[in-house]
Ligand binder design. Structure first.
Ligand code: COA
Length: 126
């Protein structure tokens, strides 16, 4: 469901991860349940808003963790930005439902890329 659907090469991924972890324009959290990782969420600064990338471990899907991860973001200091958004492939029903359940509103308009739906929310800071 990522924009780039090519297989991930581990060496390239490690370089990417080191760069992301060092970047002032990104934050990554691991979601844990009972000490076990169940998912990840990343915020990347794009102009005045933070773009969300998130996923739940394949064996832990449909248990509500996707919604819980998006909910948790509203209580986080999200790169000092007031809004967060996610762009979801049109066929990704699970992600669209999770965004809506977590209180995001669907954006309509020319800024939504073809083949995607866009969901946006104002974040609380603190
Ligand atoms: C999208 C994703 C994070 C959702 O996480 P999840 O923990 O499975 O979702 P939840 O259990 O919180 O459920 C969210 C909603 O989607 C629905 N849902 C979950 N899986 C679904 C599926 N395969 N098809 C249709 N609806 C689905 C749930 O029923 C729920 O909706 P409801 O409360 O109205 O019934 C997960 O499917 C995933 O990691 N997918 C691959 C990566 C991805 O797509 N990331 C998002 C990119 S924008």
């Amino acid at each position: 469901m990522a924009r780039d659907t090519k297989p991930v090469v581990i060496g390239d991924h490690e370089v990417w991860l080191v760069r992301k972890l060092a970047s002032a324009d990104s934050r990554i959290w691991i979601a844990e349940v009972g000490g076990e990782p169940v998912g990840q969420v990343r915020l990347d600064r794009h102009g005045e808003a933070a773009e969300i990338d998130y996923s739940v471990a394949a064996g832990r899907r449909r248990e509500g963790w996707g919604i819980a991860i998006l909910d948790a973001l509203t209580a986080r200091h999200a790169l000092g930005l007031a809004t967060a958004y996610g762009e979801v492939r049109s066929e990704n029903e699970a992600s669209a439902r999770a965004f809506l359940k977590a209180g995001f509103a669907e954006t309509v308009g020319s800024e939504v890329p073809a083949g995607y739906r866009r969901f946006e929310k104002t974040l609380q800071h603190g």
